[in-house]
Design a protein around this ligand. Structure first.
Ligand code: HEC
Length: 190
């Protein structure tokens, strides 16, 4: 049985249906609900026009690009503020964290030829004051980065990268002058 009728006396229920005992009312939607619906639709149009169509406001992607460019510029400025020279490398040799990182690298890679404490084996003793290529930090930087291939010292710049090279130099600088017994001094005494 189905009834479509006005239900007298109920102000909210203009029309109601009943099918097999299930009643369906056709109520007016509450205003607060309609308000959120239309507000959301309005917001969507404004958002779409402002961010995606006219470009009046920067999109998230655009904001990200700008932030990223700023970040890169800041990094470059910071790197330029720390130039690579004898002074900055000497300063790094006083930085315990850098020296500790350099020691890990030295033990893993360099000790094979320079021995655990730098006393020398295939490679020269790094704890004496005699240097084949010079004992200044930048002289070490050149030898370690480029190597002396003909004499059996490999180039390390590809393996260590900029930061890794600096760290290992910081460590080697702490060995300098320890004069551990090992390979006889080679090169010129500083
Ligand atoms: C395969 C062996 C080998 C390894 C590994 C090696 N070196 Fe050397 N290194 C040498 C030899 C050989 C020389 C001497 C080059 C020459 O006679 O010109 C040398 C020279 C040097 C010098 C210059 C010494 C001087 O008297 O001027 C430094 C500094 C140095 N090595 C640091 C390192 C560091 C740091 C590492 C690790 C990242 C390393 N070496 C790894 C073999 C090696």
């Amino acid at each position: 049985m189905s009834i479509d009728s006005e239900k007298p006396g109920d102000p909210h229920t203009a029309v109601w249906h009943e099918v097999d005992g299930i009643v369906e009312h056709d109520n007016k939607l509450p205003n607060w609900w309609l308000f959120t619906l239309f507000a959301a639709m309005f917001f969507a149009v404004v958002y779409w026009l402002a961010y995606q169509t006219t470009g009046a406001l920067p999109s998230l992607r655009e904001t990200y690009r700008q932030d990223y460019a700023e970040h890169v510029a800041k990094q470059a400025a910071a790197a330029a503020a720390r130039p690579l020279n004898d002074e900055t490398l000497m300063a790094l040799s006083k930085d315990e964290a850098a020296v500790a990182r350099g020691k890990v690298t030295f033990t893993a890679i360099c000790a094979a030829c320079h021995l655990q404490n730098g006393e020398g084996l295939v490679g020269p003793n790094l704890t004496d004051n005699a240097w084949i290529h010079g004992g200044k930090p930048m002289a070490m930087h050149l030898v370690i980065s480029e190597g002396v291939i003909a004499k059996g010292m490999p180039s390390w710049k590809a393996t260590l990268g900029d930061a890794g090279t600096k760290d290992v130099i910081a460590y080697v600088l702490t060995l300098k002058g320890k004069n551990l017994p090992g390979k006889a001094p080679e090169g010129t005494v500083e």
